[in-house]
Design a protein around this ligand. Structure first.
Ligand code: SF4
Ligand code: SF4
Length: 175
């Protein structure tokens, strides 16, 4: 078996500033620390750690994400430093052109924006929570079929938009 080639900084520089989906709460709800991560340093740069089972973790959207880049790139936790999404790997391996990967990123970001827009229109405005928690909170609200027809329709649109987003994430980023 051949040794996998680590993703190069060049590939990261090509794709990641246009994406951010692994830092902004769309792909992941939280990030667990690993042995060797400096919890003190991470707290000092603004990450709020919480206990998740036997590990410490921080929630996403990450407080160190500036909308395009990681503010603590050199000191980022190990889980972040070793994560490579499917698109990165495929571009690195020459299986996909960067231009196509960028189109897929743009498509997925549009879909994530659509989901966020629907969540806000349904009253969820907590931008500090990851998308999965926000969707769960809205879905847990009982549906009043006698309510505003537009709201009932938006709930249906939200379900479809989330299903489409999950499909894109599974297909392009998690495999
Ligand atoms: S999901 Fe992939 S392309 Fe997007 S920022 Fe993360 S590593 Fe980069
Ligand atoms: S520490 Fe950096 S790489 Fe890790 S989730 Fe936050 S912004 Fe992303």
């Amino acid at each position: 078996m051949s040794t996998p080639v680590p993703v190069s900084n060049e590939t990261v520089a090509q794709l990641c500033p246009a994406c951010g989906l692994c830092c902004n709460g769309v792909l992941f709800g939280d990030v667990e620390l690993r042995r060797g991560d400096d919890a003190k340093l991470l707290t000092s740069v603004g990450l709020e750690l919480f206990r998740k089972g036997s590990r410490q973790a921080f929630t996403q959207p990450c407080a160190c994400f500036d909308g395009k880049l990681c503010r603590i790139y050199a000191d980022r936790p190990k889980r972040c430093a070793t994560f490579e999404c499917g698109l990165l790997k495929r571009v690195q391996d020459g299986e996909m052109k960067p231009a196509l990967a960028l189109r897929k990123i743009a498509e997925t970001r549009r879909q994530a924006d659509r989901v966020l827009q629907l969540l806000r229109s349904l009253g969820d405005v907590n931008e500090t929570l990851p998308l999965n928690k926000r969707y769960a909170a809205v879905s847990a609200q009982p549906i009043d079929l006698s309510a505003d027809k537009a709201e009932v329709e938006r709930r249906g649109e939200l379900m479809l938009a989330v299903a489409k987003l999950m499909e894109l994430l599974e297909r392009d980023f998690l495999k």
